[in-house]
Write a new protein. Structure first.
Length: 155
C-alpha cells in the first residue's frame, strides 16, 4: 500500500499592477538535482513539527525576500505520486499578495524569476496540479470572491 505524506507547501505569489494581476514564477537552478530549470511557484519543505502555514511563509521569505501584503489558504491541495518510493504526496497551497512594484531577491535555489500573466504562467508551469492551483487563485483570491474573505490569514 502506498504511503501518503505531506512534506511540501506551494505558494502562489501575485501582485496587481495597472495592467492587471501578475503571478511570480521562479526558475529552478540548473545545478538542482530535481527538475533543474523548471518554472514553479515558491515551493518548499515543511520542517518536522512545523505548521504548514508557517512553512509557507518561511519559504516565501527565504525564496523571494519579499514582504507579505496579504495571505490566504487556497481551497486546494496539490497531489502527486512518486513511483521510486511508492508515495502519494499532498502539498497544501497558499496565496500571497505583494505590493505593486515589488521585486524578489532570489535565493540560490533559483536562477531567474518572471512576473507573468495568467496565460503565460499557465504555459510555463509543467504540472497540471500547479496549473489548477493557479486557476483557483486567479478565480477565487485575485477575483475577490467570497472565498477570498473567508480564507484570508492574518500574518
Amino acid at each position: 500500500m502506498s504511503n501518503i505524506v505531506s512534506r511540501t507547501v506551494e505558494v502562489c505569489v501575485f501582485k496587481t499592477e495597472e495592467d492587471g494581476p501578475k503571478y511570480l514564477l521562479l526558475k529552478r537552478s540548473l545545478d538542482d538535482s530535481l527538475y533543474p530549470g523548471m518554472w514553479q511557484f515558491v515551493t518548499g519543505t515543511i520542517k518536522e513539527g512545523e505548521h504548514a502555514v508557517k512553512a509557507a511563509l518561511r519559504e516565501f521569505r527565504e525564496e523571494t525576500g519579499l514582504e507579505v501584503a496579504r495571505c490566504w489558504v487556497v481551497p486546494y491541495v496539490n497531489s502527486f505520486y512518486v513511483a521510486a518510493n511508492d508515495t502519494v504526496h499532498t502539498s497544501p497551497f497558499f496565496a500571497v499578495e505583494v505590493n505593486p512594484g515589488d521585486q524578489p531577491r532570489l535565493s540560490r535555489e533559483h536562477q531567474e524569476y518572471a512576473w507573468c500573466t495568467l496565460q503565460d504562467a499557465s504555459r510555463r508551469l509543467v504540472w497540471p496540479g500547479q496549473r489548477h492551483g493557479l486557476q483557483i487563485v486567479d478565480e477565487y483570491i485575485v477575483g475577490r470572491q467570497e472565498a477570498s474573505r473567508l480564507l484570508s490569514l492574518s500574518v
